[in-house]
Design a protein. Structure first.
Lengths: 173, 702
């Protein structure tokens, strides 16, 4: 018997071992994601979180202007801050206080800045949930219609069958 | 000439207003006559509509003359025209004098109007495709054209006269723009932007007139694809220009102007996919209408954002006072779209519903979701500094770290869907079909991931760049899966054709493609996109070195060793130049000589400008990208910076594949009748030329 992957029966008949493996894989994925960024050196990481102050619009460690009035000073300041043992947050906060929040390459000060990160993911998650919801609703309606029209299908003529076959062929791609 | 140009613009505006007003009247009158609401005969309204169409055609001539007048002024060094004084000079190369047309705010708006009237011309000349629908689209295009011509006549006139005495020379064109690709990039990008006006006009027109069926989609399919192609090539040409000219080693900076071009591309791509659902199954009509409305509005919004000074950009014309024009226009467009939609929404009922989560339809749905999520992220990132200033009183920077972190996972999901979408059947896909189609791609994904990890791509070892390595590993693995899936599809189809025709596999694959150009052209486009992803993923392994060099000094980066042969200075009229001569070796084998250069334009003047000329050694494996950064004033020695950018050439190769795929998809299918007839003629007559000619003569589209 053909079992459809979208059918609830297909999923319901999975063994506990399958579900255990499924959960393991999911946990592994979460751990991998959680590990991301764990080993990056502080200098590189922080240098890539800051903009050059000269107005070139480039990341501090990517600024390619020799004689740039901003980047050498900032790099020295970054090294001094790292040597002082301050935390990442404190260092970035120090730069934001000195040069203004525009010096941070991405909004990371907390408060309203968090909206910059939360909103795209929230919209994405809601849109995905909405899409699944719509698909589920459509499927339910299509199922209902198929049930309602079951009698009609039995009485279909050869022309109807030919038409259905033609539609199937035409919608193959 | 400036007077002639201004006159032509005014004439163009009058003709366009006539096209809009009389065209609207004729459409209303035609409908009223059909419903017997007016005593005037329909023929009268048709004649009136025809005058509107002809006025629309004439408006193209007027706008083309205005553009010609501006180019003429550039070639004749007419510095009495303020725009020419600001963007040209006597010594400017003729090719760049032509490019003066789109080098500044006013000229680029004139180019926009010219292209819009050009598209309008093609549409109006080909009105017999569907006279009434084209009349609606023509009237809507005229309304858009009125806005741009009004802006050119009042808000940003390109023929403004320089106050006071005529200057002896102009300020010249920005040296960064004096590059062959810059002659091509803006017009291609604008062809893309402006081109979306046509499917928008058809969609709005079809909705207004309650156009039966999906014929408007067939009519606009080629328009949309060509427009999308122009926008794609325009965007990537801009990226290639940034890579080759700006000298920072990258190609995409997430600047608001770049974002403005990306947003309509994303929604346009979503439209090209989801419109197939409407064509094939009569679904997602509301969605498609709003997708094309949004795409058009995003082209305007992007222009508004980047030209009004709302957001800061490193690009030109970011600060100006024409923002209010665009605010007004976009508000009107949105209001018209919303009003028409609510008035006619009952016309947009779906004929079918989605039957399964595992189907081609749902893959399109998720593809749209991903593309729109990416578009929203870009829009959000572009607007957030403004929002932040409003809420917190201070602007923030939304740089590459933000976009990369948010968009890379979205991009990988899109890559995944690129592979699985075409493997799913319409309506629903059986488990057996999934097994059959997905086994090989899955094996390819796993094998690539394992192979890469064995060969050293191990995110957990890459402390400094773990993120990038992990995402690259994902991208390469998924790319392998998608390429396997596409190849499998081609081979499966080709084998069937081989069985039918007895041709070899390659000939069968070509015949297969010709029989369904849209499907297999689409696969080629997907393949190109995958190749682009591979090129982008190579960025995780970029290397950079910087050092002072003088005669005999060496610098090593990746497999390359560069030896400085000489440092030279020269004067070439328009600019002075410092350049280094570097011999490049791979191991002990001489590869190439590179000449990184630093140019000093307008030396000794107030507006002296330095520009690095990148020296590039490009291979499929990696680009060696060398720049002459500056001369150290203390030591007098040049600072040479080298980047090793792996796989970057694949981005440009991928774009070429996308272009080829789009061309294939644009070619009409070789119909079965024609193919069979051709085979019979070839077999029977024994004279292929005559046989083919006979078939072509019989073919309906010949």
């Amino acid at each position: 018997m053909r079992r459809h992957i979208a059918s609830p029966i297909f999923w319901a008949k999975r063994s506990p071992v399958f579900w255990a493996k499924f959960v393991q894989c999911a946990l592994l994925g979460v751990i991998v994601v959680a590990m991301l960024g764990a080993g990056q050196s502080r200098y590189d990481r922080l240098g890539n979180e800051l903009m050059c102050s000269c107005g070139c619009g480039q990341i501090l460690l990517e600024c390619n202007h020799f004689g740039c009035p901003g980047s050498p000073v900032m790099i020295r300041e970054l090294q001094a801050q790292l040597a002082s043992g301050a935390s990442d947050k404190a260092i970035l906060g120090w730069f934001a206080t000195k040069y203004g929040p525009i010096i941070l390459a991405a909004p990371i000060r907390g408060g309203f800045d968090d909206a910059a990160w939360i909103v795209p993911f929230t919209v994405f998650v809601l849109a995905t949930a909405g899409t699944f919801g719509i698909v589920w609703l459509w499927k339910r309606r299509a199922g209902g219609l198929a049930m309602a029209g079951a009698g009609v299908v039995q009485e279909s003529s050869p022309q109807d069958a030919a038409m259905r076959e033609r539609i199937r062929r035409e919608t193959e791609y | 000439m400036p007077d002639f140009g201004s006159f032509c613009l005014l004439l163009g505006l009058i003709l366009t207003v006539y096209t809009f007003v009389v065209g609207s009247l004729a459409l209303w009158g035609g409908s009223a006559a059909g419903l017997r609401m007016t005593h005037r005969p329909a023929a009268l309204w048709n004649r009136l509509g025809e005058t509107a169409r002809r006025a629309g055609i004439a408006s193209f001539i007027a706008v083309a003359c205005a553009a010609f007048a501006l180019v003429w002024a550039a070639f004749t060094n007419d510095f009495s025209v303020e725009y020419i004084r600001e963007h040209s000079n006597i010594a400017l190369n003729p090719a760049y004098k032509f490019a003066t047309l789109w080098s500044g705010q006013e000229g680029s708006l004139l180019l926009w109007a010219l292209l819009l009237s050009g598209y309008g011309l093609v549409l109006r000349v080909r009105h017999r495709v569907d006279v009434r629908l084209t009349a609606f689209a023509s009237t809507i295009l005229a309304a858009i054209q009125i806005f741009f011509l009004l802006l050119l006549c009042v808000g940003a006139p390109p023929f403004s006269i320089h106050p006071g005495a005529v200057p002896a020379d102009g300020a010249g064109l920005n040296p960064l723009l004096q590059y062959p690709e810059m002659v091509m990039h803006p017009p291609l990008l604008y062809l893309g932007y402006v081109g979306f006006s046509v499917p928008f006009a058809f969609a709005l027109g079809a909705l207004m007139m309650r156009y039966p069926g999906e014929k408007w989609i067939h009519i606009t399919r080629r328009w949309t694809m060509v427009t999308w192609l122009f926008l794609t090539v325009g965007i990537f040409m801009g990226a290639h220009w940034a890579y080759s000219v700006l000298g920072w080693g990258g190609y995409w900076g997430w600047d608001p102007v770049e974002n403005a071009s990306l947003m309509p591309w994303l929604t346009g791509t979503a439209f090209l996919h989801s419109v197939m659902m409407q064509e094939k199954r009569g679904m997602m009509k509301n969605w498609n209408v709003w997708l094309i409305f949004s795409t058009f509005m995003l082209t305007i919004l992007g222009t508004l954002l980047t030209r009004s000074g709302v957001v800061s950009s490193v690009h030109a014309f970011a600060q100006s006072d024409i923002g209010i024009w665009f605010y007004t226009f976009i508000t009107i467009v949105f209001a018209v779209c919303l009003f028409t939609f609510f008035l006619q929404r009952d016309h947009l009922k779906s004929e079918n519903k989605l039957e399964s989560l595992v189907s081609r339809e749902s893959s399109f749905l998720f593809n749209n979701l991903i593309l729109l999520a990416a578009c929203f992220t870009v829009l959000w990132g572009t607007l957030f500094p403004v929002l932040s200033e409003y809420v917190q009183g201070s602007k923030v920077t939304m740089g590459a770290p933000f976009y990369n972190r948010v968009n890379i996972p979205i991009g990988l999901f899109l890559l995944f869907l690129t592979g699985i979408g075409p493997l799913l059947a319409w309506r629903s896909t059986s488990l057996r079909s999934i097994r059959r189609n997905f086994v090989l791609p899955s094996i390819a994904i796993v094998a690539t991931a394992i192979g890469l990890m064995i060969s050293g791509v191990r995110p957990w070892n890459d402390g400094d760049d773990m993120h990038a390595t992990f995402f690259s590993l994902m991208a390469f693995s998924l790319a392998a899966g998608v390429i396997t899936a596409i190849t499998e599809e081609f081979l499966r189809g080709a084998k069937v054709v081989r069985t039918q025709t007895g041709k070899n596999l390659l000939a069968s694959a070509i015949l297969l493609t010709r029989r369904n150009t849209r499907r297999y052209g689409g696969y080629l486009i997907h393949f190109g996109v995958v190749v682009i992803f591979i090129g982008i993923a190579g960025g995780a392994f970029n290397q950079t070195r910087e050092q002072e060099m003088s005669y005999g000094d060496q610098m090593t980066i990746g497999p390359y060793r560069m030896v400085c042969e000489s440092i030279t200075q020269d004067s070439k009229g328009e600019y002075d130049t410092d350049y280094a001569v570097l011999d490049v070796y791979r191991g002990n084998k001489f590869v190439k000589q590179l000449f990184p250069e630093l140019r000093h334009y307008f030396p000794g003047t107030d507006h002296e400008q330095q520009q690095t000329m990148v020296a590039l050694h490009s291979t499929a494996q990696a680009d060696l990208y060398v720049i002459f950064e500056a001369t150290n004033p203390d030591t007098g020695r040049p600072i040479i910076k080298a980047h090793l950018n792996p796989l970057i050439a694949w981005i440009w190769i991928g774009v070429m594949i996308v272009v080829a795929g789009t061309f294939v998809a644009l070619v009409p299918n070789l119909t079965r009748t024609v193919a069979r007839q051709r085979q019979e003629d070839l077999a029977g007559a024994g004279t292929p030329v005559l046989g083919t000619a006979a078939v072509l003569a019989k073919a309906p589209h010949a």
